[in-house]
Design a protein around this ligand. Structure first.
Ligand SMILES: Cc1cc2nc3c(=O)[nH]c(=O)nc-3n(C[C@H](O)[C@H](O)[C@H](O)COP(=O)(O)O)c2cc1C
Length: 208
C-alpha cells in the first residue's frame, strides 16, 4: 500500500516539504508507504496536443521533466496527496502544469485514478488558502477519486521556510489528513466489496 504525494513548491525544504514530513510520519506509522515527488520549477505546461488522450499512452509527449514519473507513480499508487503553495490566490503555476498533464494522461481517457484515495493540502502566508484547497480537491473529484479530509480545511500557514512549524493547528490538520488517508487506503485494500467498474464518459460540449 502506498500513498504518493506531489509537492508543488519550487523550494527544496520549504513549508510544503515540511508539512509533508508531518504527513509522512502518520502514514508510515500506519504501515503505508509514502513517496514524495517534487518536480521543481522547471515543468512544462500541457501542449494541448491530446496525444496522451488520443493514443491512450498514459504518458506525456514531453519527456524532459519529472511528470511522466509522477503519472506512472500515481497510476500505481493507492492514494494521491496533492500539496501546493498558494501563489496569487491559486495553485502555484508549476503544480498546475503537473496536474493538467497528469489528469489528461491518466484520468481523462480510460481513467487510471478512479477510486484511489485522494487528499489535498496547501501552504500560504495569508490569503487564498480555501480557493487553492478547493482547486486541488476539484481536480480529484472530477477523477472519481475517494476524497479524504481532516478535521479542518487543508491550509497551513507560513511564509519563509519553516514558519509552518509555528502553525500548530495547521500541522495537526495535516497530520490527521495523513492518518485518515492511510486508514482509507487500508480500508479499501481489505474491503471485500469490489471497486465499481468505470468507463470513459461520453464527452460532449455545449454546441453539439
Ligand atoms: C509568486 C508567489 C505568490 C504568492 N502568493 C501568495 C498568495 O496569494 N497568498 C499567500 O497567502 N501567500 C502567497 N505566497 C506565499 C507562499 O504561499 C508561502 O510562502 C508558502 O509557504 C510557500 O511554500 P513553500 O515554502 O513550500 O514554497 C506567494 C509566494 C510566491 C513566491
Amino acid at each position: 500500500m502506498k500513498i504518493v504525494a506531489i509537492n508543488g513548491s519550487p523550494r527544496k525544504n520549504g513549508n510544503t516539504a515540511q508539512v509533508l514530513e508531518v504527513v509522512r510520519q502518520e502514514v508510515e506509522a500506519a504501515g503505508v508507504e509514502f513517496q514524495v515527488f517534487q518536480p521543481g520549477a522547471r515543468v512544462h505546461p500541457c501542449l494541448a496536443c491530446y496525444h496522451c488522450l488520443n493514443t491512450g499512452s498514459l504518458r506525456c509527449v514531453q519527456t524532459d521533466d519529472m511528470v511522466n514519473d509522477i503519472i506512472a507513480a500515481c497510476i500505481e499508487a493507492d492514494g494521491i496527496l496533492l500539496a501546493a503553495p498558494v501563489y496569487h490566490g491559486g495553485i502555484a503555476g508549476n503544480m498546475k502544469c503537473v496536474l493538467d498533464r497528469l489528469m489528461l494522461a491518466a484520468g481523462c481517457g480510460v481513467n487510471q485514478l478512479h477510486h484511489k484515495v485522494g487528499g489535498a493540502l496547501c501552504t500560504l502566508r495569508r490569503s487564498g488558502g480555501m480557493e487553492t484547497y478547493q482547486q486541488l480537491l476539484g481536480t480529484m473529484d472530477a477523477m472519481e477519486m475517494v476524497i479524504v479530509t481532516s478535521d479542518y480545511w487543508g491550509a497551513v500557514h507560513g511564509a519563509d521556510p519553516g514558519e509552518v512549524q509555528g502553525d500548530t493547528e495547521g500541522m495537526e490538520v495535516a497530520a490527521k489528513l495523513g492518518r485518515n488517508m492511510a486508514w482509507m487506503v487500508k480500508v479499501l485494500a481489505e474491503s471485500k466489496v469490489p471497486v465499481p467498474e468505470t468507463h470513459p464518459r461520453t464527452m460532449t460540449n455545449f454546441i453539439r
